[in-house]
Design a binder for this molecule. Sequence first.
Ligand code: CDT
Length: 306
Amino acid sequence: TRILTVAGAQLGPIQKSEGRDVAVGRMVRLMERAHQRGAQVVVYPELALTTFFPRWYEEDISNADNWYETALPSNETAPLFEAARKYNIAFHLGYAEKTPDGRRFNTAAFVDPSGEIVLKYRKIHLPGHKEYEPRRQVQHLEKRYFEVGDLGFPVVRAPVAGVDVNVGMLICNDRRWPEAWRELGLQQVELVMLGYNTPSINQDRKGFEAHHLRVLHSHLSIQAGCYQNACFGVGVAKAGVEDDHELFGHSIIANPQGEMIAQATTWDDELIVADCNLDQCALGRSTIFNFAAHRRPEHYGRITGQ
Ligand code: CDT
């Protein structure tokens, strides 16, 4: 059997005034605890190194440069890479990326214990809006701060602690789109890592949405994605109150049956750990979701507009 022990490292709030050193210190401590609990992979949230900055409007985007990473590792993120080497642990990190030619993406990297980036993904489903919207109580400016990702939905077969595993990534809002999961499923993904920053309240103010439904929809999306694509999923939140703005936690690990096998219970830094038997992906894949036998793409033309 191929068993991978996976940790989701939920982060409590990071305030606007806090530097990367604070976040990285907390993340290194979580990695140490993940190692103590036998984890071989640790998954951090979306935009893990800073506060969820798309809530803050900057007219001139260059004033937002301090939120972005131009290199990985950098002096500030190096302790994370050092800890990964020390504990022989792979990690998934969400961060804001600014490329050498000035492009900006909401990115996640999967890094092996030697520090090599083995897979990179740039968020495709960017929620929110591009311009300041006065009617909103809180802005959600992801369309201002990021371009739509240009890497598609890649999956790689990567050795993790001696186990070969098909890994893929989604970022936050992507989890709500079955097309994104299916792109990964079609590549036989076994482990989907995804970080999120989701406000507890729908700030669009176009209708009332009860608090508890926000969490339900997050779980529903992750659990359905795992079931329908016969894979494990690790959904990891940034949680709690950042400068008066509440993000719900409720990080989970789900199995290929769609069951929740671990769930966070706080809005703080918290580790959730599960043994993932990757061989469990075979059942769905060879029966009800045997794509080769049962999918009917010739009838799905509307989905891609072809
Ligand atoms: N970060 C992120 O993608 N958050 C969104 C909130 C949508 S509200 C504009 C999410 O789907 O969880």
